[in-house]
Design a protein around this ligand. Structure first.
Ligand SMILES: Cc1cc2nc3c(=O)[nH]c(=O)nc-3n(C[C@H](O)[C@H](O)[C@H](O)COP(=O)(O)OP(=O)(O)OC[C@H]3O[C@@H](n4cnc5c(N)ncnc54)[C@H](O)[C@@H]3O)c2cc1C
Length: 412
């Protein structure tokens, strides 16, 4: 029987894994190591409420109260950096030299914001957004009338642009691709969303890259672009993706390839070491390996990893599911939102009220809902069960989607 577990990374995946361990009934020693000063918290509010109402929402982001960790006998080591996974010594080495031994290890080290590779990117008014401290610092630079340049219109950049607009900033968005959030929602809906930002008054520049940051008095005061334009600004926000924190795994000789490679039980290439969340490169629902950067995956995979570490049989194998809130849009995506698939739309794009189903043949492989959270759950089940549908019935607003679930699945 397993008696001790060390989890490295005290955020969503780390926090949910220790919660699951106690829920399952694990009675042994748990150590949760995190290099941030905060107990596990949720990142989604950081690009939303924490920016609009900084003082108010900051306390709401934590997964559990401080007492919870004591009550559940979780030895929480905050502000502690793990520098080595020493498998020969059977433990994790902290930066102060302490070795914490265990029988099983979970690497929930997540990812870091990719840094803008331009001189001046470390100026205090250039913000990369991943952590609570970074969100608190950004919030101070977002005030009515401030000129903000957002570099990168992926999910984080788009959300920050919407939040800054809500605060009353004048927002300029610079994106090298042709539209917004293409990696998440595909081109067609990326263009639809780009139009939403335009209508709100965001000054969008597509197909354009930042070339230089012009500094004055230690702060960046303008961003020079590849189209020859220079945008004066009070602050810059960079949202150009994340880099998985794989160094502990790589140092221990585990297989690392765009993240820590795991199987469907979240086990790495070493039998006593598991990985979950944004750092894990896992078997994809549609084949190959995929590294998901979503809240739900981090929470669910961490819970699955907890079961695996205790020797329970686990087969964690789910399509991606994310959500994003921008302006008055609640956007949710499940599975493959791939422009090469055929797309059936229910509802109306004009009224920001629709669901788009992405079909491979007649099989639903992806669902995008906008202000239709009620259709996301059914869409998710259609994707998970690889249901074959009649596209005309799917498009018909009179069809109850639940009836489609009764149709025979394409997989056994
Ligand atoms: C601003 C923002 C908004 C988001 N909004 C949404 C959303 O609306 N919807 C959605 O689906 N997803 C959203 N996400 C994504 C979601 O929050 C992530 O998928 C999730 O946080 C991943 O959790 P994780 O625990 O795997 O990794 P992380 O959250 O990155 O946590 C890893 C932790 O490990 C620590 N760590 C790393 N290395 C070490 C070490 N050697 N020693 C000690 N500690 C270490 C890190 O400092 C960090 O605290 C958002 C993310 C951000 C940044």
């Amino acid at each position: 029987m397993v008696k001790s577990i060390v989890v490295v990374g005290a955020n969503l995946a780390g926090g949910r894994s220790v919660e699951a361990l106690r829920k399952i009934g694990f009675d042994g020693r748990i150590t949760l190591i995190g290099d941030e000063p905060w107990r596990p918290y949720e990142r989604p509010p950081l690009s939303k409420e924490v920016l609009w109402e900084p003082g108010k929402s900051t306390q709401k982001v934590f997964l559990h109260s401080e007492d919870w960790y004591q009550t559940n006998r979780v030895d929480l080591r905050l502000g502690a950096r793990a520098v080595k996974l020493d498998l020969a010594a059977g433990g994790v080495r902290l930066s102060d030299g302490e070795l914490i031994t265990a029988e099983r290890f979970l690497l929930a080290t997540g990812a870091r914001a990719r840094l803008l590779p331009l001189s001046g990117a470390n100026a205090p008014n250039v913000h990369h957004l991943r952590t609570k401290d970074e969100a608190d610092a950004l919030a101070k630079d977002l005030y009515p009338g401030a000129r903000i340049v957002v570099i990168g219109m992926g999910v984080i950049g788009s959300e920050v642009a919407a939040s800054a607009h809500k605060i009353g900033c004048e927002v300029f968005a610079v994106e090298p691709a042709a539209a917004v959030m293409i990696r998440a929602v595909g081109e067609r809906f990326g263009h639809w969303l780009a139009e939403k930002h335009r209508i709100k008054g965001i000054h969008v520049r597509f197909g354009v890259s930042p070339l230089a940051l012009r500094q004055q008095g230690g702060e960046v005061r303008a961003v020079e672009l590849s189209n020859g334009e220079s945008i004066d600004c009070d602050a810059v926000v960079v949202g150009i993706g994340i880099v998985p924190a794989t160094e502990l795994a790589a140092g221990a000789g585990l297989i690392v390839d765009n993240g820590i490679v795991v199987d469907r039980s979240s086990r790495t290439s070493h039998m006593n070491v598991f990985a979950a969340g944004d750092v894990a490169n896992q078997p994809g629902f549609f084949g190959g390996l995929v590294r998901l950067e979503t809240y739900q995956n981090a929470a669910d995979q961490a819970a699955a990893a907890a079961e695996s570490m205790l020797g329970l049989t686990v087969d964690y194998f789910k399509p991606a599911w994310f959500w994003s809130d921008q302006y008055d849009l609640n956007i949710q995506g499940v599975g493959r939102l791939d422009d090469s698939l055929s797309i059936v739309v229910r509802g109306d794009l004009k009224y920001d009220d629709f669901s788009a189903f992405f079909l491979n043949g007649n099989v639903v492989e992806g669902v995008l809902t906008v202000n239709r959270a009620f259709e996301t759950g059914i869409g998710k089940r259609l994707v998970e069960r690889r249901i074959s549908v009649n596209p005309a019935a799917l498009a018909d607003p009179m069809t109850d989607l639940r009836d489609l679930l009764k149709i025979k699945s394409d997989v056994a």
